[in-house]
Design a protein around this ligand. Structure first.
Ligand code: GLV
Length: 313
């Protein structure tokens, strides 16, 4: 007989892996359609007193949340990014933290490319024109977009998702420049040369507001910004200004800060802007595989083994 532990899961997750967890451990899944608020999360943690937690990007796992779960030994984030977790505070308490890398790389890269193409060819305006009955005739020179084939794509971040976007760009015969800690291309060069700039770095103290007024001013006025990483990498006030002043030609964001943006947020009034509701990994295959990885992380940690997909503080 193996020891049975208590696990708390903050949302119902795709696929069958949670059943596998529930067969072995006493598993409570938050039943709300919305994520728990910070207060609800703390009270659920205090009530269920779990040894393992599976959480999503909507859950802020800070010191106060950790203090509500004194027996916690394992946190499996249902995401590759883990800026929602205070990893240092978890490490101080001896809590292992894991994530779900690899299985969402292609889904996220596909979405970055979908945003790139949609922004380049102005699909949202075109769809709205037809739907609203505003399409009168074939137009020789209205609403022209930007060429993707042969253009220069700048990638921020030397990780798996950036590399997967670069592989897609090869099919469009794009020139790909990557800026990361280990590449020679400087950030300034990337900004100045890119027709499309796609962000694929984690959100850290170093990357917060990396795309600020200065960066946006350095970009070409024909350039398009794509963000599928984290909203905090972009200074959204600066982006709103740059779009209004036509200092860049457009932006396509899957992520914002906060999520969702309040309906009256000034960024949402900006022209040539696409905002999606954080759906980078939202394919059936990726989400089911993410559940598998999160469950593997928890099962390993509860057995006293290292998480197969651990993150380091
Ligand atoms: C989603 O945003 C993730 O980090 O997996």
């Amino acid at each position: 007989m193996h020891a049975v532990s208590r696990c708390f899961v903050t949302r119902a997750l795709a696929g069958g892996a949670l059943d596998r967890l529930a067969e072995r451990h006493e598993t409570t899944v938050w039943s709300g359609d919305l994520p728990p608020t910070p207060e609800q999360l703390r009270s659920q943690l205090a009530e269920t007193d779990p040894e393992a937690l599976i959480c999503t990007v909507s859950d802020r796992i800070d010191a106060a949340a950790l203090d509500a779960a004194p027996r916690l030994r394992a946190i499996a984030n249902y995401a590759v990014g883990y800026d929602n977790i205070d990893v240092a505070a978890a490490a101080e308490r001896g809590i292992a933290v894991g994530n779900t890398p690899d299985v969402l790389t292609d889904a996220t890269a596909d979405l970055a490319f979908a945003l790139l193409l949609a922004a380049a060819r102005r699909l949202p305006e075109a769809i709205a024109l037809v739907r609203d009955g505003g399409w009168v005739t074939w137009e020789p020179s209205r609403d022209l977009g930007a060429a993707v084939h042969g253009a220069t794509l700048g990638i921020v971040g030397g990780g798996r998702i950036g590399a997967a976007v670069a592989r897609r760009a090869a099919g469009f015969e794009m020139t790909v420049l990557t800026h990361s800690r280990s590449t020679e291309t400087t950030f300034e060069e990337l900004l100045e040369r890119s027709d499309f700039l796609s962000l694929h770095c984690p959100l850290t103290d170093e990357t917060r507001h990396l795309i600020d007024d200065d960066a946006l001013t350095r970009m070409k006025d024909t350039a398009i910004l794509i963000n599928t990483s984290r909203g905090g990498v972009v200074d959204q006030q600066a982006l709103a200004r740059a779009l209004h002043e036509r200092r860049i030609a457009g932006a396509a964001l899957d992520v914002t800060d906060p999520e969702p943006l309040p309906a009256d947020h000034p960024l949402l009034q900006a022209p040539r802007l696409i905002v999606l509701p954080h759906v980078g990994s939202a394919t059936v295959t990726a989400r089911q595989a993410m559940t598998e990885l999160a469950v593997e992380n928890v099962l390993a940690a509860l057995e006293g083994a290292p998480m197969p997909h651990a993150v380091s503080p």
